[in-house]
Design a protein around this ligand. Structure first.
Ligand code: PMP
Length: 389
């Protein structure tokens, strides 16, 4: 019976990890994989996470089920971190999910259950967005969000897409630290998006996977807060993978901003029901860690400080890299002002392959680079390999 199946292609990013590991050249550089790396090339565990885990080890006295909605105290703290006091809390329904991916999938399942026709997706985007939405049965309408040669957000296209969307359509937005381009929406642009979404009765689905990786914990959600202050209904998918370094613990949440407390209750019951028929309940550990950190002023301060140091390391590399690359591509000076872990270089697939084979520099064929994959001291060596292509 399994013969009815066909072999599926390997995930190109995961395949890249294998190729990198096999490469024995000492100066090889991995700009592919989407995790934060420090100056030693290591993906660290936050000090506050370690401290919270110690506490949990000592105090946790049961492994009984938590329930399909997950840890309610975690949800409360996480929503405060994301949204502050922007909206009436009784109008918000939250459900803990296995990572941001789980949050996006529950959001897509909910939209499908609501009879939603589809979702608008600006390209390029995180490669798993479209497959998740498709798997939930949504139609996907795409538009060009970013122009790689000029390194600029093509905001006119965003406006045209929103103006062309039918009432009730969902619209995927990256809260900040756009993956894969690093492209930034200005405050005025967020205001325009919010006004259009409200006017045209669209449902924003905001993907927040990098809070604290761009300009700061509050700055990275400023646009999102403005949006949810204006639209009556929205979905927010939160990933704790990067902001808390909890990747493999699968920690995240889906929040729905609704128009009333009773609507929030209905949405919550639907999200919980969708979780129940998929994975039943989310894993506990990562959410317990986040809850412990956010509830404790000292752990929270330490976490925010470490996150800030990571952000500043990435910003420093962005500036040095931009200075070097602009000597060959003037537009790449923009990398300095972009946000988060990623930028997208105007390279052909052949150039990406040459960097790999001739210099041991690894990145996906799209030309996306993980800024955090670079060490500060390495940038000066790496830049000439790009500029001499
Ligand atoms: N959204 C974006 C934009 C991402 O880059 C990622 C992860 N790389 C996710 C969502 C999902 O993250 P998680 O690992 O928490 O599922």
């Amino acid at each position: 019976m399994f013969d009815a199946l066909t072999r599926q292609p390997d995930d190109p990013l995961l395949a890249l990890i294998g190729l990198f590991q096999k490469d024995e050249r000492p100066g090889k550089v991995d700009l592919g994989v989407g995790v934060y790396r420090d100056e030693t090339g290591h993906t660290p565990i936050f000090r506050a996470v370690k401290a919270a885990e110690k506490r949990l080890l000592e105090t946790q006295d049961s492994k009984a089920y938590v329930g399909p909605e997950g840890d309610l105290v975690f949800l409360d703290h996480l929503w405060s971190l994301v949204a502050g006091d922007t909206v009436e809390r009784s109008h918000v329904a939250g459900v803990q999910t296995p990572g941001g991916s789980g949050a996006l999938r529950l959001a897509a399942d909910l939209i499908a259950r609501m009879g939603g026709r589809g979702i608008w997706l600006g390209l390029p985007s995180w490669p798993n967005h479209a497959p998740i939405f498709k798997a939930a049965g949504l139609n996907i309408a795409t538009y060009d969000f970013f122009d790689i040669p000029s390194q600029s957000v093509t905001f006119d296209n965003v406006v045209t897409a929103l103006e062309g969307a039918a009432p009730g359509d969902a619209v995927l937005l990256h809260a900040s630290c756009h993956n894969p381009t690093g492209g930034v929406l200005t405050e005025a642009q967020w205001m325009e998006i919010a006004a259009l979404a409200a006017q045209r009765n669209l449902l924003p689905l905001v993907d927040l996977a990098y809070q604290g990786f761009g300009r700061g914990l509050d700055q990275d959600v400023a646009g999102l807060r403005h949006l949810i202050g204006i639209v009556p209904e929205a979905l927010v998918a939160v990933s704790c993978s990067k902001s808390f370094g909890l990747y493999r613990e699968r920690t995240g949440a889906i929040f729905a901003l609704t128009a009333s407390a009773s609507s929030a209750d209905t949405v919550r019951s639907n999200l919980a029901g969708l979780a129940r028929t998929s994975y039943s309940m989310p894993p506990d550990h990562g959410a317990a860690v986040v809850r412990t950190i956010l509830a404790d002023p000292e752990l929270r301060r330490d976490w925010a400080e470490e996150l800030k140091a990571m952000r500043l390391r990435m910003t420093g590399i962005r500036h040095t890299l931009a200075e070097g690359l602009r000597t060959r591509w003037q537009s790449l000076g923009a990398i300095a002002g972009q946000e988060g872990m990623f930028s997208m270089l105007p390279l052909t697939e052949a150039e990406v392959m040459r960097l790999r084979t001739e210099h041991g520099i690894y990145m996906p064929g799209s030309g996306r680079i993980n800024i955090a994959g670079l060490k500060t001291a390495e940038v000066a060596n790496v830049v000439p390999k790009f500029t001499s292509l």
